[in-house]
Design a protein around this ligand. Structure first.
Ligand code: FES
Length: 153
């Protein structure tokens, strides 16, 4: 827990900085490990339930291990009408996981959202913040292959 201790020290052990502390821990581990939250709870003398309530309130925090890359498939109405369900099926098949899960090699976490506010580009897949509009089932493999190629290098 040395990294967590360093983070707490950087924030001068201030409970009022709990959100920033959790953000830093998430950057460090790519999610909020249970042990880290317990450690923060002890060191700040703050109840674990309060820390969990903050961690679950903000969508940016994850209590589960996340992959190196985040793949988000929009399942809003416009994307759905233009075939997002088929695209999602293909991505799930290719990664071997369902939405909300991380691959066992920790390369990808797959999520769905309801409308990214860019419906003209439907159906949309976002990988690490990069939008891929008008994605088709046929394009899925090419899209994901890039990340496997990088991993192999
Ligand atoms: S429904 Fe997908 S961007 Fe709006």
């Amino acid at each position: 827990m040395k990294k967590v201790e360093n983070t707490l020290r950087e924030h001068r052990y201030q409970r009022s900085r709990i959100i920033q502390i959790l953000q830093d821990i998430q950057v460090e581990f790519n999610y909020l490990p249970k042990e880290a939250l317990e450690y923060v709870s002890q060191r700040l003398k703050m109840s674990l339930s309060k820390i969990y309530s903050i961690a679950t309130f903000y969508a940016g925090f994850s209590l589960n291990p996340r992959g190196k890359h985040l793949c988000t498939v929009c399942m809003g109405t416009a994307c759905h009408v233009r075939g997002a369900a088929n695209v999602l099926d293909r991505i799930e098949e290719r990664l071997g996981i369902t939405s909300g899960v991380t691959t066992s090699d920790k390369l990808f976490t797959l999520e769905t959202v309801n409308c990214l506010g860019a419906c003209a580009l439907a159906p949309i897949v976002v990988i690490d913040g990069q939008y891929h509009g008008q994605t088709t089932v046929d394009r899925v493999d090419k899209l994901l292959d890039k990340y496997y190629e990088k991993k192999d290098k």
